[in-house]
Design a protein around this ligand. Sequence first.
Ligand SMILES: O=CCCCC(=O)O
Length: 487
Amino acid sequence: MSTVSESGVVDAVAKELFIGGKWTAASGGRTFPVHDPATGEVLCEVADASPGDGVAALDAAVAAQAEWAQHPPRERGEILRRSYDALMRRQEELALLMTLEMGKPLAEARGEIAYAAEFFRWFAEEAVRIDGGFATAPNGTGRFLVTKQPVGPSILITPWNFPMAMGTRKIGPAVAAGCTMVIKPAAQTPLSMLALTQILADAGLPDGVLNVLTTTDSGGVMEPLIRDGRARKLSFTGSTAVGRKLLEQCSDKVLRTSMELGGNAPFLVFDDADLDAAVDGAMQAKMRNIGEACTAANRFYVQRGIADEFSRRLTERMAALPIGRGTEDGVVVGPLIDEAAVEKVTTLVNDAAQRGARVLTGGSTVDGPGNFYQPTVLTDVPADARMAAEEIFGPVAPISVFDTEEEALAAANDTEYGLVSYVYTNDLKRALRVCERLEAGMVGLNQGIVSNPAAPFGGIKQSGLGREGGTVGIDEFLETKYIAVNL
Ligand SMILES: O=CCCCC(=O)O
C-alpha cells in the first residue's frame, strides 16, 4: 500500500476466516461489526465463525502438523524473519489499523508493532537453537538421549489490548517449535490479527499451519476445540476469571497450558528513591496503553517522607495529558475499549471515593462520543477499596502512604495476583531484599516497563502459568522426550 489512509488500511485487510491456507467466509455468511472505540462508528464487518468453522480450523491444523514438525528449523526461522521485516516495513499502516480498532494513540501503536515484530525476530533466532542431550546413565551401561519435539496443534487465544504483540508472542514460538495453530483474536480487535495472518502467509508459512477464527461466540467455538483432544496445547492471554474456566476445560484432555492472566501490580516508592525517575516510571507503568494492561501499576504505595511531593508531581503530569482520538497529533490518552470498560473504571473510582479516597485530578468520564475516561489520581485510598483488589484497566492511579518496608511489602503482596511489581529505591540492599520478597513473576527495579521479547514474561499466584518470550518462551511449545538407550 503506498498511502496510509484510515479507510485504506481497513479496506486492505481480508475480513474472512483463514483456514487451511485459504480465506473463507464464515458458514452462513455471518459477520459482525468492528467499532472504532473513539467514535463508536462501525469500521467494517468481519466473518463470525460458528462452532463448525472452528472444527474445520482444527482439522486443518491437525492435518498440517506432521509435515510442519519436519520442516527445517532454519526455514521456520526464516519465515519469522521475513515476517519481522514485513511488520517493520509496514509499521505505519499497521499502527493506524491498530489505533482505529483499539484506540491507543498512534505513537503507542507504532511501538506495539515494533514490539510485536521483535518477538518474530527473537524466535527466528530461537528456532535453530532447540537442543537436546546425551548422557551416560549412572550405572555406566545405559545412555540417556534427550530430544525436544513440538507439542502439537495449539490453540491460541489473544486479547484486545495488545492485538498484535500478544499474537506474535504466541505465534513466534509456536512456529519456531514446529506447532500448527488455531488462533482466535478478541472480537473487539480482529483486524490486526487478520493483517498479521496475511503477512505470515506472504512470508511462506505453509497452508494449515496457522488457522484464524474471528467470532463473537468465543466460548461456543473454542470450548469444543479445547475438549476435542486433538489440540495438545492452549496458550491464553486474558483475565484470570476466563483463565480459570479455560483451565477447567483443558483438564478434560490434559492440555499443556500457558496462561498470562490478570495483574494487580503494586508500585513502591521509598523515601530514598530518585523522585524524578519514580514519577517518570509511574507515568509509564500506569499510562502505557491507557492503563489497559495486565502490567499496569494498579496500586501506588509511597513512603510518608515523599508522599505529598510524589502525589503533587504525579497529579500535575496526569492532569496535563492530552485526551482524544488516538489518530490525532499529540494525543496521549485514547478511549477505553468499550462502554463496559468505562463503566468498570467509573464504579471503582466512585467506590474508592465513597470509602474516603480524595480525587486529586480527573475522576469522571469525558463528555461527547467515545469511551473516554479522564486521567485520574486518588490519594488516601483505603485498603478495603475495590480497586485495591481488582484490576482497574484504565487511567487511574490510587495512592496510599506507608511508613516501613515491612508494611509496604505486606500491602504489595496482599493480592491473589502475582504478575509484576515495581520498586523505586536507591538503596541497593533494600532493592534486592524487596525484589526477592515481592510475590511476582517480574519486578521493575527503578524501571516502569518490564516487557521485552528477550525476557521471560509471566506471573505467579493467580496471574498465570508459564512464561512467554526469552530463552524459555519456546519451551512452552516443546515436549521433552527421553530415550533410554540400552548398550
Ligand atoms: O495485558 C497484558 C499484556 C502484556 C503486555 C506486555 O507484554 O507488556
